[in-house]
Ligand binder design. Structure first.
Ligand code: ADP
Ligand code: MG
Length: 252
């Protein structure tokens, strides 16, 4: 998996939200989930969104990932205003330019690990070489031995690492991960985060992940704290501060 990015890419803005508001409506009941979130994410970042349950982490990721639309404010991703895109254009953006990792892995149960990766490549129009590419990605991520196993023949940690392989197989610039380690034990959470960080460093894939897992937060190079739909903190960590020995996980 070679990176296509040119040097200098690290200063490029990938995500920019301005006064982002999301209000869920159920009948006459309104639930404000985001109350004006402005933030920027640049290429190369490895950033965690933290905050208590209900603070708006999933809502924010869903808006950035073009899975949902804002009530007010704007989201720009790769310099495109998501509010101006059609449903079809948002689907194309998700398919071709973003990678997603969810808490529940979401692998297709009847497909092997390799076929799960191939399937996404097929949707993206990759031709005959997709099997080789899928195998190459699994191999690079240390998952070659699982290529022919179905999800129910893999542990949770293995499934989630396959899900990351699937998310990055088509070399998206940005991967959004919502509580990726929530169902994993400590060792598997560590392995997952090491893999994500390797992809971040070696392939310049930007990661934005929601978590309330202190083990995961330790790996982040930037920690954005949400509280009741607002940004309550935004801390960039200098190298050496974010190592495994760093127990500081913010104020939340
Ligand atoms: P987090 O991921 O930080 O736990 P969420 O973004 O899921 O937070 O939720 C933020 C707020 O929005 C919560 O109060 C939650 O109850 C509410 N919410 C989330 N999704 C919906 C929905 N589909 N309909 C109504 N309310 C929702
Ligand atoms: Mg959530």
């Amino acid at each position: 998996m070679a990176t296509d990015e040119e040097p200098g890419m690290s200063e490029r803005m990938l995500v920019e939200t301005r006064d982002l508001v999301k209000v869920y409506r159920a009948g006459k009941v309104e639930a404000p989930a985001l109350r004006g979130v402005s933030l920027e994410v640049r290429a190369g970042e490895f950033a965690a969104i933290v905050g208590p349950s209900g603070s708006g982490k999933t809502t924010l990721l869903n808006l950035i990932g073009a899975l949902d639309v804002a009530t007010q404010g704007s989201v720009r991703v790769f310099d495109r205003d998501l509010g101006a895109l059609s449903k079809r254009e948002r689907a194309d953006l998700r398919l071709h330019e973003l990678g997603f990792v969810f808490q529940a892995y979401n692998l297709v149960p009847v497909l092997t690990a390799c076929e799960n990766v191939e399937f996404v490549l097929e949707l993206r129009g990759v031709g005959a070489e997709r099997r080789d590419r899928a195998l190459a990605v699994l191999d690079e991520l240390g998952l070659a031995e699982f290529a022919d196993r179905r999800p129910n023949e893999l542990s949770g940690g293995q499934q989630q690492r396959v899900a990351v392989a699937r998310a990055v197989a088509s070399r998206p610039r940005l991967v959004l991960a919502d509580e990726p380690s929530a169902n994993l034990d400590g060792e598997n959470a560590e392995a997952l985060l090491r893999m994500m960080r390797m992809l971040n460093q070696e392939h310049e894939i930007t990661f934005l992940f929601a978590t309330h897992d202190a083990r995961v937060v330790r790996h982040a190079r930037r920690v954005i704290t949400l509280d009741d739909g607002r940004v309550a903190g935004d801390e960039v960590r200098t190298p050496g501060r974010a190592g495994a020995s760093d127990d500081r996980i913010g104020d939340w």
